[in-house]
Design a protein around this ligand. Sequence first.
Ligand SMILES: NC(=O)c1ccc[n+]([C@@H]2O[C@H](COP(=O)([O-])OP(=O)(O)OC[C@H]3O[C@@H](n4cnc5c(N)ncnc54)[C@H](OP(=O)(O)O)[C@@H]3O)[C@@H](O)[C@H]2O)c1
Length: 259
Amino acid sequence: MDLGLEGKRALVTGASSGLGYAAAEALATEGADVTILSRDEKRIQAAVETMRAETSGVVSGLAADISNASEISSSLAKVGEIDILVSNTGGPPPGSAENATEEQWLEMAELILFSAINLTKGLLPGMIERKFGRLIYITSIGAVQPINDLIFSNTMRAGLAGYCKTVSNNYARYGITANCICPGYTATERLSHLAEARSASSGKSVEEVQSSFSADVPAARLGRPEEQAALIAFLSGDKGGYITGCSIPVDGGLNRSLI
Ligand SMILES: NC(=O)c1ccc[n+]([C@@H]2O[C@H](COP(=O)([O-])OP(=O)(O)OC[C@H]3O[C@@H](n4cnc5c(N)ncnc54)[C@H](OP(=O)(O)O)[C@@H]3O)[C@@H](O)[C@H]2O)c1
């Protein structure tokens, strides 16, 4: 199936590894010109080299911290016109209502919520003018069915789902779609770090925690980053043009709700 991505210009943030990398790789494989962005200069340049070798796509890299609004402005000035935004970051640490500090809440708002808001605000005018845009926010299954110890993630991503829905309502008439991808447990560096944190707080071994992740999943396994990426590529192209305002689980059935 031709997804209509040839020559489209994509910006994927949080993309030196994990879900962001996989999304960017899928877009580059389908013919999009892709800029990948994350904080560490060496890691992002290494990811560019690997992706070029694996896809023969037009791939470039940028180092910036998207929790910082001025770094977003300078990055957007460098990348120029963008048709597809995949907004992704690192994940928040575990936390609880009793222990989370105001400083942590503000930091997590900047990382998860304001990064997506500032990227969107910077790119919307060009998308409106060209009457095409794809805004894709990688959130979490926790935005649909909150995960007990991830209070920062659950709260910020639910807010982002509300933002996404509002943007989709207001800009669909310009050919701009906005959707959230809600990954379940997916095998990346982030999931390994989460397993280590839960092991430290529960006294269980890392292996026990890891197997408890897939024990809750009807598919009885972890997800693969490329399974998230395939949906992102579909939504990014012409064929995804009538899907907007959705928070879509890619979770092996982990979320038990009807809709
Ligand atoms: N994996 C899962 O099971 C799962 C499930 C649900 C939701 N999620 C969410 O999906 C997102 C991606 O997860 P992942 O598993 O792919 O994580 P990951 O493997 O830790 O990758 C995170 C990426 O984001 C970059 N990054 C982190 N902070 C950044 C910042 N402030 N500015 C720019 N780039 C930044 C990292 O590179 P640098 O460190 O070089 O910046 C890295 O490339 C996270 O928000 C995570 O919570 C993951």
